[in-house]
Design a protein around this ligand. Structure first.
Ligand SMILES: Cc1cc2nc3c(=O)[nH]c(=O)nc-3n(C[C@H](O)[C@H](O)[C@H](O)COP(=O)(O)O)c2cc1C
Ligand SMILES: [Mn+2]
Length: 462
């Protein structure tokens, strides 16, 4: 993709991104009429992980298109950010550090595209919300950014949660333990108040990443919307709420103004989660939609469970672990959350050892920097951390199975991981680095680097 002069307007605006992808041959347009129940995701799944996103132009029963695939390829994401895909965690990590040092908050502007139309009545059935997996409870919002305000301090929060559509004006939301939205709901309950939120559908990756920044990097007393400002290079624009003091994202495709009454729950789930398993149906918070605003010509944005989430939660997790390890562990070169580890359960750390024992320190620091991690594997800098075979080679030849495995029992992890029932389970770290100081026994055999330029060959290729 040619490196055009892309500024905040592009990264902050999903419509501009879709146009850019199209102009650069990275958009597949599905022209046939497609049923949003199961069929749409089934078709999208054919393109899962490839370097093109998909626009469904004719969604049965709707006159608005559905867009998927923005996050399922790091190559595509790298293009959007005009960076090599391997530089993305470092880039995001730098943005978060800059924001921590010099936060640029969002601004509230008088008007924005999301206010072009205000629906006269609330009817979620008018949105082309797909039903994803065969066992899902119904249509889900799975890529919308939730804004809320701390009922005590007024600090704004941004996060992404999945919402089941229950009826035309009701949703049920899954809020994992420890999320700031859970904290706010608890505070509202203690004050005997309702909690207002806005659900912003169809936003750019700057805001998506800001909302997905883990609490280890964006604690509850900070407004993480500043991370979007940092990524955009300009303050994120909000518009004032009409039903509460919670703002909406000015250039979202849709914004839903909603309220939650603490203690009011509805059955939510099953939903095919990032883990590759269904999240179980349980009573979870009910959300009443009070008002729907939208662009005149909105495009609905959804993401596919799997690589799309690995590359959003995972990328942000990687950025934070990299940031922490760089400060704490001498010699850390790179970090990767493997896709086999669901993008956030297995962290591979690459280290240029400077002293014995830092491999195990890296394991402990990585666990502390990102609570959902279940496994950490540390390898030397001659191992390709994005290549599962290479990592296995390091484990098979360098791991000391007696001294190099660290086990921690009964520790908080990710509730969606079935090996962490009720968020509790065991974690494991593998120090697959060479013994330090190095000896020739562990020197990797190498052949000379040669290109085929000027070499006469026959019979190569297919
Ligand atoms: C696509 C996507 C879907 C997510 N779904 C949920 C969800 O359903 N429930 C949840 O609690 N967190 C979910 N998350 C993770 C949170 O959005 C993320 O951890 C965020 O940092 C939480 O914000 P907080 O630290 O302000 O609580 C999701 C993240 C992404 C990127
Ligand atoms: Mn937060």
């Amino acid at each position: 993709m040619p490196k055009s002069n892309r500024g905040p307007a592009l990264i902050a605006d999903l419509a501009a991104i879709i146009d850019e992808l199209d102009a650069n041959g990275r958009l597949v347009r599905v022209k046939s009429r497609v049923d949003p129940k199961h069929d749409l995701v089934g078709i999208a799944n054919n393109f899962h992980g490839q370097g093109k996103a998909v626009l469904f132009e004719d969604v049965a029963g709707h006159d608005t298109p559905v867009f998927m695939g923005l996050y399922w390829s790091r190559e595509l994401l790298g293009d959007i950010f005009m960076r090599d895909e391997f530089e993305l965690p470092q880039y995001i990590s730098d943005c978060i550090s800059n924001w921590q040092a010099r936060p640029v908050g969002p601004v509230v502007v008088a008007d924005g595209p999301v206010m072009e139309v205000t629906e006269r009545s609330v009817n979620l059935g008018k949105l082309p919300i797909p039903t994803h997996a065969l066992g899902d409870a119904g249509p889900y919002l799975d890529a919308a950014v939730v804004l809320a305000k701390d009922p005590e301090t007024g600090v704004r929060n941004a996060s992404i949660q999945r919402f089941l559509v229950v009826n035309k004006n009701t949703l049920a939301v899954n809020i994992d333990a420890g999320r700031h939205l859970e904290l706010y709901l608890g505070k509202a309950a203690a004050l005997g108040q309702k909690l207002n939120i806005t659900i912003n559908i169809g936003v750019g990756p700057g805001l998506h990443f800001a909302a997905a920044t883990p609490s280890e990097a964006a604690p509850a007393d900070l407004d993480e919307l500043g991370i979007a400002s940092e990524i955009h290079g300009a303050p994120l624009e909000l518009v004032a709420g009409t039903r509460s003091d919670v703002e909406m994202v000015a250039n979202a495709m849709w914004a839903l103004e909603c309220e939650m009454t603490p203690g009011e729950n509805l059955p939510e789930g099953p939903f095919a989660e990032v883990t590759g398993y269904y999240a179980k149906c349980e009573a979870r918070p009910k959300v009443r939609v009070l008002k729907i605003h939208r662009r005149k010509k909105p495009i609905f944005h959804s993401i596919l469970s799997g690589k799309e989430v690995f590359n959003s939660v995972g990328l942000l997790g990687e950025a934070n672990v990299l940031n922490t390890l760089r400060k704490q562990i001498p010699g850390v070169k790179d970090v990767y959350f493997s896709h086999g580890g669901c993008g956030f359960y297995h962290c591979i750390v690459q280290i240029a050892q400077v002293r014995a024992g830092w491999g195990k320190q890296a394991i402990m620091a990585a666990f502390a920097a990102f609570a959902p991690l279940k496994m950490v594997t540390v390898v030397d800098d001659d191992v390709d951390i994005r290549n599962a075979e290479d990592i296995e080679w390091a484990m098979a030849t360098r791991l000391d199975a007696k001294a190099g495995i660290l086990q921690i029992e009964n520790v908080f992890g990710h509730g969606l991981n079935p090996s962490f029932p009720d968020y509790l389970g065991s974690k494991v770290g593998f120090d697959a680095t060479r013994p330090f100081p190095f000896t020739a026994d562990y020197d990797r055999a190498r052949v000379k680097d040669m290109t085929l330029e000027g070499v006469k060959i026959e019979g190569a290729g297919s």
